[in-house]
Design a protein around this ligand. Structure first.
Ligand code: SF4
Length: 377
């Protein structure tokens, strides 16, 4: 099969299915590729492993022995099967000794940031989330679940963050950096920390060495102008994730945000960035699958029409969370959703953050790269 657009769209279908269902990942596949691929063995269920589907579509490889998908070796190639049907030849990012590295303070790099796709470095929990204290955490948040389960998630110093970025640019081909941390009740403090961190990275690494973008996911500040210092310190853009548009589901799935920031507060902060810094400087992710399609699309249209990029993450069910009572939606939901997001990106000239073969669960950049094919379908 030639690498036509439909193959890339097929990969988008597979990405949505695989994030929801996981894949059977046998040891023999690991043994066959471990000398050239960046991959951890199936015995490590917490590994941030990545599959790359045709069309440079990266997807999280979470091992699930009861999945209808499986990885198999065929003629020394790795193939993805759905039941007994081969559906795509897959590959992996290039091997790296990233997960063997420790910071000068002795923290394993992998306990602070993960490599995603071919060239994205994602800091996932730079400091602890204060909503834990109020028992108002978001129900799909892996970081907080790991924090509450007693996993040792260190809060790195700003120098450690810069150290990891420098090493990753020089040794792991990193071109994009995501900064994410827990929510603080004091938004001025949270904004100041991100601005100080960006200045530290600039002094110790040089922001110009990050060839694509560095951007921050943070809590919407109560005083929207507090975020200005982060963009002035060099962030390419900022994200205040709504997660869901539906007000009652928002309060159910993100109680801390709903109570301490409010949905209106999040919108005010996003609109402030778009008005002051222009389109594409603010974005907000929806966890696709958590709410009815029409609600999510209403939210995406609201944001896009104001120059705010609606981002699209595929929902990955988290065992033990309140979302366990609902199942990921079918392919139709995701196909309709991507068509609407492609229409919005085209109509409002929006370009979501991300790189080819980048994020493992977000597909907004994959949609953007295949916009014309999606809209032609
Ligand atoms: S605010 Fe929600 S998503 Fe952010 S760290 Fe806290 S629980 Fe997780």
């Amino acid at each position: 099969m030639s690498l036509g657009h439909n193959e890339a769209l097929w990969s988008l279908d597979l990405k949505c299915a695989l994030v929801g269902a996981g894949v059977r990942y046998p040891q023999e596949v690991y043994d066959a590729v471990a000398d050239w691929a960046r991959i951890e063995p199936p015995s490590n269920p917490y590994a941030c492993n990545c599959l790359i589907l045709p069309g440079e579509v990266a997807v999280h490889l979470h091992a699930n022995e009861s999945s209808r998908f499986s990885l198999r070796l065929e003629m020394q190639k790795t193939w993805l099967f759905e039941a007994e049907t081969p559906v795509a030849e897959v590959t992996f990012p290039t091997a790296s000794s990233y997960y063997q590295q420790k910071t000068s303070a002795g923290h394993p790099f992998g306990s602070i940031a993960v490599l995603e796709g071919r060239s994205t470095l994602a800091f996932f929990y730079l400091w602890s989330c204060e909503y834990i204290k109020a028992n108002e955490t978001c129900s799909f948040c892996f970081q907080v679940m790991a924090d509450q389960a007693g996993f040792n998630l260190p809060s790195p110093s700003m120098s450690e963050v810069a150290e990891i970025i420098k090493w990753s640019i020089e040794n792991a081909g990193v071109r994009e950096v995501q900064l994410t941390a827990g929510s603080l009740f004091s938004s001025p403090t949270e904004c100041r920390r991100y601005a100080d961190l960006l200045r530290t990275i600039d002094q110790q690494v040089g922001l110009d060495r990050i060839k694509s973008e560095i951007y921050c996911y943070l809590t919407a500040p109560k005083k929207p102008t507090d975020v200005d210092q982060i963009l002035e310190a060099g962030a390419a853009r900022v994200g205040h994730d709504l997660h869901v548009w539906n007000p009652s589901l928002h309060a159910r799935f993100a109680p801390g945000h709903a109570r301490h920031v409010t949905r209106a507060g999040q919108l005010r902060a996003l609109e402030h960035v778009a008005e002051k810094f222009g389109p594409n400087k603010a974005f907000s992710a929806f966890v696709a699958g958590l709410e009815p399609l029409e609600d999510m699309i209403e939210g995406a249209e609201y944001l896009a029409s104001r120059g705010i990029v609606p981002a699209f993450s595929v929902w990955m069910p988290t065992p033990g969370s309140v979302t366990t009572d609902s199942k990921p939606p079918g392919l139709d939901y995701y196909r309709q959703a991507r068509r609407e997001f492609a229409r919005l990106y085209k109509t409002y000239q929006l370009n979501p953050p991300g790189l080819p073969a980048g994020s493992h669960v977000s597909i907004c950049r994959d949609i953007f790269r295949n916009m014309d094919a999606i809209l032609a379908q």
